[in-house]
Design a protein around this ligand. Structure first.
Ligand code: NAP
Length: 301
């Protein structure tokens, strides 16, 4: 893992940016870059989305035809995960050789494997902003979504240091912090902090809903307040995204859940058999959790 520092290289700057997929993430990139000196092009699946983006003045030009993106110096592919490879493949035979392509998909391994084996070498750098919400679409996007967030970059063999610097300088304008990571390690790590919590949140909701004593289940759902709401927020994730993340990262999610079950069993045993040890464990967890986030909820590690 390396941060990018000390850049004193003269290079052609990124002037035109294209975003393909104007949803939560694509819309937030455009809103965050609005007024920062870029010409912005937007490509969506539906015309209504283009009309909305033009009326919100977050793009200078829009189309449902991907060819518009080929005018850009930098292209962000922000389609659903299962359309990302198809979209990059379509772009790779059309873009100028100097155009940098990046994406925002929550999984990186398959995409990087595909790009590195492609017949059409492109300047591709995989990306994954570590920010989001359970909502979808342009209406859910916001200009400060990436403020203070980590943004993972996974370079491919067709990209170089100069491309990485150009892309990073744009992402940093969104207030995000770059983390360079290996795509395989990235997918294992996000299984732990993103996909397992999603699975756990769904399981928690399902457990209470399907609790064996129906009258208690009904009362519990009536009484449920902020704790249950916070713990099950992820269960409301856009189902298309949720399905893609869990199914495409299944192997890593299953490995993480296996460790979770082991840990749950150990903690349960401490609670039942050794209260002193149980209390020490949860005190340590509470301390470590407080060290990780600031009072505004930002990750300070
Ligand atoms: P989203 O809100 O559903 O947006 C996806 C957008 O893609 C939609 O607005 C849709 O356009 C458009 N689209 C669908 N198919 C397309 C196609 N073939 N060509 C062009 N546009 C197409 O989803 P999202 O949450 O932004 O997710 C997009 C990507 O961000 C995914 O790869 C996801 O893994 C990644 N990501 C998401 C989060 C999160 O928390 N949501 C966090 C980090 C990364 P229309 O409006 O025209 O239908």
């Amino acid at each position: 893992m390396v941060g990018i520092k000390g850049r004193v290289i003269l290079m052609k700057e990124v002037k035109t940016i294209a975003v393909i997929g104007l949803g939560l993430i694509g819309g937030s990139i455009l809103k965050g870059l609005k007024g920062k000196g870029f010409e912005a092009l937007g490509i969506a699946r539906r015309n209504e989305t283009i009309i909305q983006a033009l009326s919100e003045k977050i793009i200078n030009e829009g189309s449902i035809n991907i060819d518009l993106a080929c005018k850009a110096d930098l292209i962000f592919v922000c389609t659903p995960i299962n359309k990302t490879i198809e979209t990059i493949n379509l772009l790779s035979s059309k873009v100028k050789p100097e155009t940098i392509i990046t994406d925002v998909a929550s999984l990186k391994g398959n995409i990087l494997d595909f790009i590195n084996a492609s017949q059409h070498p492109v300047k591709f750098i995989g990306g994954h902003p570590m920010a989001g919400t359970e909502n979808k679409g342009l209406d859910a996007s916001s200009e400060n979504l990436f403020e203070g967030a980590k943004w993972v970059l996974t370079p491919s063999k067709g990209s170089n240091q100069e491309d990485l610097i150009k892309l990073s300088s744009v992402i940093e304008k969104l207030g995000a912090k770059i983390i360079i990571a290996d795509p395989v390690l990235h997918d294992k790590a996000v299984a732990l902090i993103s996909h397992m919590p999603l699975f756990l949140s769904q399981s928690l909701f399902g457990t209470v809903e399907n609790y064996s004593e129906k009258d208690i289940s009904a009362l519990a759902l009536t009484l449920a307040s902020s704790g249950f709401r916070d713990m099950t927020r992820l269960a409301a994730t856009n189902p298309e995204l949720s399905k893609d993340m869990l199914i495409q990262n299944k192997e890593n999610v299953v490995a993480a859940v296996k460790e979770l079950k082991k840990y749950l069993g150990e903690l349960e045993q401490k609670l039942v058999k050794n209260e002193e040890n149980f209390v020490k464990t949860i005190e340590k967890i509470a301390f470590q959790r407080k060290q990780m986030y600031s009072s505004e909820g930002k990750n300070i590690l």
